[in-house]
Structures are given as C-alpha cells and as structure tokens.
Design a protein around this ligand. Sequence first.
Ligand code: HEC
Ligand code: HEC
Length: 542
Amino acid sequence: MQIKKTLYLILTACLSFILFSCSSEKNEPKLTSNITDEVKKAGIELISENCSGCHIASKQGSFSRISAIRKTPEGWDMNIVRMMIFHGVEIEKSDRRKLVKYLSDTQGLAPSETAGFRDILERKHNVIEPTEDQDLMNMCARCHTYTRVALQRRDVNEWQNLVHMHLGQWASIEYHMLARERDWRADALGSVSEKLAKKYPFETEAWNEWQKTPWKDMSGEWRIIGHIAGTGDIEGTMSISKAQGNDQYKTSFTLNFPKGEKVTGGGKALVYSGYEWRGTAKLNDVKYRQIWAASSDGNSMKGRFFKKSNPEEGIEITALRKQDTVHTIMSVTPSSLATRTETEITINGINLSGDVHIEGTKITVKSQTPDRIVILATAESTPDQSSKVTIGKSTYDKAFPIYKAVDYIKITPEYGISRVGGGGGATAKVKAQFEAIGYLNGKDGVKGTKDDIRLGMVFVTWSHENFNEDAAKMQDKKYAGILTKRGTFIPAIAGPNPVRKYGTNNVGDLRIIAVYEKNGVKLTAEAHLIATVQRWNNPPIP
Ligand code: HEC
Ligand code: HEC
C-alpha cells in the first residue's frame, strides 16, 4: 500500500509538471454571439469550481492546459472522465454535461475539421480507418483509433504534453511491438508532435470562420432517407421543434422501413458546436441514439441512427429540410434496374412534381405525392448503362444503372468482428452485419477496375464455414454463433463453454459465404469473420 502511495505521489508530481509547464494565455478562446455572456460566465464558473485547483486560472479567464486544446463533445467528455479516474476529480453529472457543452461550443471543431473522421465517431462497426500516414498509425493508432488523435487540435507543446502523459501513465509504451524497434520517446516528442501540430494546429481558419457563423435554427419539417445494411432502404419524415435556447430540440419521426414496416417515435436532441447533433429517440419502443452532423447552412444532416443497446445496429441517414423552393430527388429504391423484369421503384424526395423519366425505360406511375413517387419500370434499351432519373426539373445526382445481369458480388465488410456477450454478463453481444453488393465489370469488362458500376445491395443466401483446419478441429462453426437470412451474425453467449475443447469461450474463426442466384447466373463471394471476446472498455471514441 505504502509503495503504491509513493508511486502515486511521484506520478502526480510528474504529471503536475506537465500540467503547469505551459502557459495558456496565448490560446485564449474567442467567443462569438452564438454564446451569450451568461453562458460564458457559467462555463468559466464551472471550470473554476471543478478544475482550477489543478489548472491555473489567468486573469483573462483561461485555464492552463484546458484552454489550449480543441476537441469534439465525445473528446471532452472522455477527457473529464479521465480527470475523474486518474486525478480523482469529483463532478456532478449535470455539471459534467454542462461543462462538455460549454467546452465543445467554445473549443470545438469546425464541420470541415471533423468531416474525414466521422465513421468511428458515429460508432460504425467494422470500418477500417483510412491510412494516410503509416508511420503515424504505427506511433499513435495501435492502442486506440487514429480518429481519437485526428479529432483534436493543439500546438506542438500541447501534443508533447500529451506524449508525456502517455509515457507517465503507460510506461511500457516504449517497449511494445512497433515501438521498441525505434526511439519511440524521441520520435513521439520530436517529429511526430511536430507533424501533428502542422496537421492539427490549435488555431485554424476553419474554426475562426465557423465561430463567426451564426448557429442555425434546426426546427422545421424534414425528409429522411437511409439504409440498413443487409436489409434495405428506409425513408420518412422528421419534425423538429424548439425545446429551449438555440440548441435544444424535440423530435418526432414517421418512417417506412423495408417490407412495409411502419416505424414511429420521438425524442430530443442537443446541438453542440452549432452543428454536432446528438439525439435520443424511441422508435417503436426501441431506444435509439443519433450522432449526426448538420451542414453549415443548417439545411441538411448526415449521420447514424443506432440502437442504444447495440450501437453496431444502425441506419445511415441523410435528412433534408423541406423548403418550398427545393425540388430534390433524395433516393431511388432499388438503386438499379434489371432488364428482364418489370420492377417497382420508389423515388423519395422533396416537392417532387412533373413527369417521371428514366432514360431507356418505359414507366407507369402507380402513386405520386410531393414526397414519394412509386412507379413500375421496364427497361427498353441498351443495358449496362448508367441512366439518369429526372422528375420535372429535378435530376437525381446519382447514376441509375440498367443491367442485363450482375457480373460479380462483393461482401462488406470483407473482414468483420463480432463479440460474445449477454447471458447476464456485463456486456451485450456485438453482432456483425454483412451485406452483399452487386457490380458490373464496366466498359473494360474486367472485374475490380475503376470503371466498375455499383448496382447496390442484392439479396443472397448466407452461410458460414470454419475458416481453416484449426477452426474445423475446434468446431468453431458449431459454437461461435448463427448467421441470419439478412447476413447478421449473432455471436454465442459469453463465458467458458464446458463442452468445448479446453472449456474455451465461444470464439471462432469463420468464413462468411454469400450466394446470389438469378436467371441462371450463380455468383459467390466470401468474407472473413473473427468471432472474438468482449471489449470491456468502450469509450465513445474507441
Ligand atoms: C486533481 C488535479 C486535477 C483536477 C482537479 C483536474 N485536472 Fe485536468 N489534469 C490534471 C493533470 C495532472 C493533467 C496532466 C496529465 C494528464 O493529462 O492526465 C491534466 C490534464 C488535463 C488536460 C489536458 C489533457 C490532454 O488531452 O492532454 C485537460 C484538457 C484537462 N486536464 C481538463 C480538466 C478539466 C476540464 C477539469 C475539471 C473538470 C480538470 N482537468 C480537473 C489534473 C487535474
Ligand atoms: C500504449 C498504447 C497507446 C499508444 C501507443 C498511444 N496511446 Fe493515446 N491513449 C492511450 C490510452 C490508454 C488513453 C486513455 C484512454 C481513456 O482515457 O479512455 C489514450 C488517450 C489519448 C488521447 C485522449 C486524451 C484526452 O484526454 O483527450 C489522445 C488525443 C491520444 N491518446 C493521442 C495519442 C497520440 C497522438 C499517440 C502517438 C504519439 C498515442 N495516443 C499513442 C493509449 C495509447
């Protein structure tokens, strides 16, 4: 115990050095009319009360370290939780929420600064981060995602302070694989901190401009379209009304899910940094969360609607504000047309009016409202072309391919992970969702080249097999879980399984197989699934 205490004191002394070693006055946050003086005063009071014991206050109202960094709402919340776990900070839940809000509004990220890194923020499962700089990935993305790094803005001294924190907290950081073959400490404090400060500096034109941009009133009538992987497209409407101030709203939804399923519900939302829409809603009694971003003009939103209990299960959505002057086609379902059969196609949008026209097809309109047009289409001319969809004066901004037969299919993700869970344990099962996409080879007739044409989701028969001999010996297929008709892998229950060899967990190494059959064409595709163990630590930005 005594040794533990001494170690803690040494560590705290080291960290305090990190804390006070930088002056923050030059990074005074600049506030605009989006944030009233009252809100500003309340925010500074909260920091004074909860943080200024360790973070020195300046006369101008800034605090050492705190005022020198910009982050997302999730980044700020994780930071405060870290202060609680590492440094014993005690803060009321409601104060923590208010502080995250204040810090995100005054020291957040501009829309363009988060644009390339939203997948992980939106809790998309089984995505592989873009590798723009392999060395940075080796240095900073082997314990957590690179998104965690790329969604922060600091100057070089603050990137260095962060490296010092890592070295102090996780002393083995220098001896891990990919670290011990180099002088990790020198590189992290030197070239890596410099590179990060150039890529992600505290002061940016984007944030300065964004702070001058008045926050938009999000209330109004909205049209939503979306996609559920493996299942199909959704569409519907959303009403947003003001609840309080310029950032709190109430929502209600009327949605049409695939196979005619009607889904309704409502909830509330809070907007951070003027565009980061965070909402909760109940849809047909299932709790959902929303992590969306509004466009800078406040007329569109994009993001994910996902189940609170299972963030991996979600809908990727686009929402557009209904305006009299807007006539837009938002989605066409299905997204391509086969030549031989008459196909029912639903076109969703805003203020759709006029004749429906799809190049190379004969059309009969079944029903037509300003929101939605249902047609029966038969292809008449040259297949394998990317056709255009127009309604009156509106043209759909995506190509609508007409094809004779699918050339090949691909499964997404090609490499997936599921996790055991449930069974009264602390973590829920994490499912893996697969989807088969049809393609044409394109003009060059070669599969997998740039000119290939994506046809959209195709219905396939799903099955799974042991990935290799080792998996077969362990009977992974039998124990790891089941694969549904919609390509959802539902992992088995957590905990040791007494009937398995060594009484091991229900983990497995599996091959996922999709078979597509239509008009005598048979196509297959494969993916790899690792059915693995729980993840115990699930921070908002993994
Ligand atoms: C008991 C002392 C203590 C209190 C109280 C405290 N902090 Fe800290 N804070 C530290 C220390 C030590 C560090 C440097 C080491 C680290 O990052 O963990 C730090 C670092 C930070 C950093 C820099 C983190 C980074 O990403 O590099 C921020 C921002 C921060 N604190 C915010 C806060 C906020 C907000 C509060 C109030 C809710 C708070 N702290 C309260 C001790 C404290
Ligand atoms: C040895 C594993 C490891 C490596 C390597 C690593 N990190 Fe971390 N990092 C962590 C852990 C653990 C946390 C704290 C997680 C938490 O509090 O949830 C963290 C937290 C962070 C945070 C959030 C801090 C805050 O309070 O906002 C940032 C940003 C970050 N790391 C950036 C980096 C950068 C930049 C590098 C490369 C120089 C790096 N990490 C390398 C393990 C690592």
